[in-house]
Design a protein around this ligand. Sequence first.
Ligand code: GDP
Length: 301
Amino acid sequence: PAMFDGLTASLSKAFKGLSADGRLSAENMKEPLRDVRRALLEADVSLPVVRRFIQKVEAKALGVEVLDGVTPQVAFVKVVSDELVELMGAAGSKDLEPAAGGEGSPQVVLLAGLQGVGKTTAAGKLAMFLTKRRKKVLLVATDVYRPAAIDQLVKLGSKIDVPVYEEGTDASPVDIAARGVAKAVAEGYDAVIVDTAGRLQVDEAMMAELRAIKAAITPSDTLLVVDAMTGQEAAGLVKTFNEQVDLTGAILTKLDGDSRGGAALSVREVSGAPIKFVGTGETMEALEPFYPERMANRILG
Ligand code: GDP
């Protein structure tokens, strides 16, 4: 099933509204631009993001010379496509950052997120992703507030054959994280994924704990896991966390259930942090690096 069906259909309709007289003039683009704007708003992209996007598309398209044999639609779609890629973060897109400690030290990935967004699942998927790249991976469970969360990670780990470091619920999350990473260093792991407590809402205790864990383990990546189905809210959460704990990026889960696309389109523009991975299902294999170009192609159908 195609994601973002509605967006794809309404954009395609917007492009058809371009008159065929061969020029991308302000007059000719007025209606199609209005339709693109409406399509993006319906996809749950925030108004300031949509405004900037439309301004950029218009400015760029006005400067495009439509060549013989190319329809104005094709030229216009190219501009929209380029701007979509730009919006989602073309330059230097990559997945995980290299190990902060240099050659021989493990990549350390710190995962944060609210309860229910798919954080534990994402930890397992990421471990699996790295295992497939022949990395030796350790998972670390630090959610001492919810024994069930630790159990869930331990179960996932055994399912995908990745060890899970945990100390139950009596130790402090900072100490568990530090000892987990120390174990990974001592035992020659290539990567360690530290899962943190999922809370019902953003609060200062959560941020303080994350900052403390971060200071203790100096992760190569700090990723916020957000649910695509929450649209603009997901983008806003990435912004808040990026301001407070400095993220290297986001993992956008449940993209398979997101028919609109607002989060995928807004996260980077709203927060300054790129989406690095997307979750596309409940299985451990359903994780993909986020490629803005591929996503733009998918959206344009
Ligand atoms: P946590 O509370 O953030 O750790 O959330 P969980 O990892 O326990 O996931 C919550 C629910 O979302 C579970 O039923 C997962 O199977 C489901 N889930 C997680 N990621 C995805 C995804 O990418 N797509 C779909 N469809 N479901 C997902």
